[in-house]
Design a protein around this ligand. Structure first.
Ligand code: DX5
Ligand code: ZN
Length: 221
């Protein structure tokens, strides 16, 4: 049986922040599909990273989708600014949202694709009422905040569950997996049902000329 392949989304969190334009060029030349932008506010996640201006400045440099992952409190406050900046996907944490349905509507109305993310300690069933409204579900397989952590294997069962629910109910969300993915475990994550593989350290930790090979493995090719 041939394995299904996934899209690859390198995470800028592991890039050199002094050379983000070069990082984007390297993602393009590697054959990866999306650019994953980890946004952290120092409250929801214990680190600080990018904001809408980063997206606005990088957007004209690439045709690839800007896959924005907002690890922030009050995600509703950033919908419009990320839309104006050129974000394609706006993924927020269910743990940070009271009115997730309303936020999803606002994201769509602003012209972006809505995604929702689960930290390792959050079960799949909390998404039950909104599954049909989502374009993407991001399963975080490390605790948020930092690149280069080790994958928490038990989180992979969430992908299996979400893939089964999609088939059962006829939904069409993409399943993205983020955290601790390497060229060694990417195949297993795809076999569990991932459509998109996010990787920071594995991509940017490799020498630039080796990144094409890395991306092939992340895609399950
Ligand atoms: C974790 C971030 C991830 C992170 C992944 O807070 O959401 O996107 O950059 O990094 P790696 O692939 O190095 O685990
Ligand atoms: Zn992320």
């Amino acid at each position: 049986m041939t394995r299904k392949t996934a899209l690859a989304a390198p995470s800028l969190l592991s890039a050199n922040f002094g050379a983000l334009a070069e990082a984007v060029a390297s993602v393009e030349e590697s054959g990866a599909d999306w650019i994953h932008v980890d946004v952290m506010d120092g409250h929801f996640a214990p680190n600080l990273s990018f904001g809408p201006k980063t997206v606005a400045d990088l957007k004209p440099l690439t045709k690839l989708s800007m896959d924005c992952h907002l690890m922030v409190d009050n995600p509703q406050e950033y919908v419009e600014s990320f839309a104006v900046a050129g974000a394609d996907f706006f993924t927020f944490h269910v743990e940070a949202a009271v009115h997730s349905n309303r936020i999803i509507q606002r994201i769509r109305a602003a012209g972006m694709k809505p995604g929702i993310c689960l930290v390792p300690g959050t079960p799949v069933h909390v998404l039950d009422e909104i599954l049909g409204d989502l374009d993407l579900i991001l399963v975080l397989t490390v605790n948020p905040g930092f690149g280069g952590q080790t994958i928490i294997d038990s989180c992979l069962e969430k992908i299996v569950k979400l893939a089964a629910l999609r088939t059962e109910r006829g939904y069409s969300y993409l399943l993205s997996v983020d955290g601790g993915i390497t060229t060694e475990n990417a195949g297993l994550v795809i076999d569990k049902g991932a459509d998109v593989i996010v990787a920071g350290n594995t991509f940017f930790g490799a020498e630039r000329e080796k990144r094409k090979e890395v991306v092939k493995k992340l895609k399950g090719l």
